[in-house]
Design a protein around this ligand. Structure first.
Ligand SMILES: [Cu+2]
Length: 175
C-alpha cells in the first residue's frame, strides 16, 4: 500500500502525461477513422525511400548499367513498364542509363492490345537514326528494336501514339 501511494506521489506528472498521451492517442484513432485518405499518404514516403537512396549509390548503379545489353518493357497506354533488367523491373517509365557507343536491343511486349511503338528521340523530339520499332497492336505480341548504338543526343524512348504517358528518359554516360 505504501509503495503504490509513493508511486502516485512521486510521478504525478508522468502519470498525467500518460493519461494525456492516451487521450491524444484516442483522438488520433478517432481522427484516423475520419481521415482514412491520409493513411496511404503517410506510407508513401516509406515507399520512396529506396528510390531516394539511388542517387547516393551512383557508383554501384553505374556498374549495373554497364552489363545491360537488352531492355525489356511492357507497353501499356498509361506507361512503359520495366521488365528487365532487374534495375528497372516493375518501374513505370524508368529512366535508363546507356553507355555511349554500346549497342542495345529494346524489346517490348504489348500489354493492353492498343497499338504502340517504341522510338528513340533526341532533345528536339526527332527520331534518331531510324530507331523506331514496328507497331504492335495485339496484346502479348512482342517486337525488338535491335542494334541501337548509344549516342549522347538520345533523350527519350517513347511511343509515338501515347507521347504524353509512354515516355521515359535516357541518360547517356560517356567514359
Ligand atoms: Cu503507345
Amino acid at each position: 500500500m505504501d509503495d503504490s501511494s509513493k508511486v502516485l506521489e512521486a510521478v504525478p506528472y508522468s502519470r498525467r502525461s500518460m493519461l494525456k498521451a492516451a487521450s491524444v492517442a484516442g483522438l488520433t484513432l478517432v481522427a484516423g477513422c475520419a481521415d482514412d485518405a491520409e493513411e496511404p499518404e503517410d506510407e508513401e514516403p516509406e515507399d520512396e525511400e529506396p528510390e531516394d537512396e539511388e542517387p547516393d549509390d551512383e557508383e554501384p548503379d553505374a556498374e549495373e548499367w554497364e552489363d545491360v545489353e537488352e531492355f525489356y518493357f511492357e507497353g501499356r497506354t498509361e506507361a512503359w513498364v520495366g521488365i528487365e533488367p532487374e534495375i528497372i523491373a516493375d518501374e513505370e517509365n524508368p529512366t535508363i542509363t546507356l553507355i555511349e557507343g554500346q549497342e542495345y536491343d529494346f524489346r517490348w511486349v504489348n500489354g493492353d492490345g492498343v497499338t504502340h511503338n517504341l522510338e528513340i528521340r533526341d532533345g528536339d523530339d526527332e527520331i534518331i537514326d531510324d530507331y523506331q520499332s514496328d507497331d504492335v497492336s495485339e496484346e502479348g505480341e512482342e517486337t525488338t528494336l535491335e542494334g541501337v548504338t548509344a549516342t549522347e543526343e538520345m533523350v527519350t524512348y517513347i511511343c509515338t501514339y501515347h507521347e504524353a504517358t509512354q515516355v521515359g528518359d535516357i541518360e547517356v554516360q560517356s567514359d
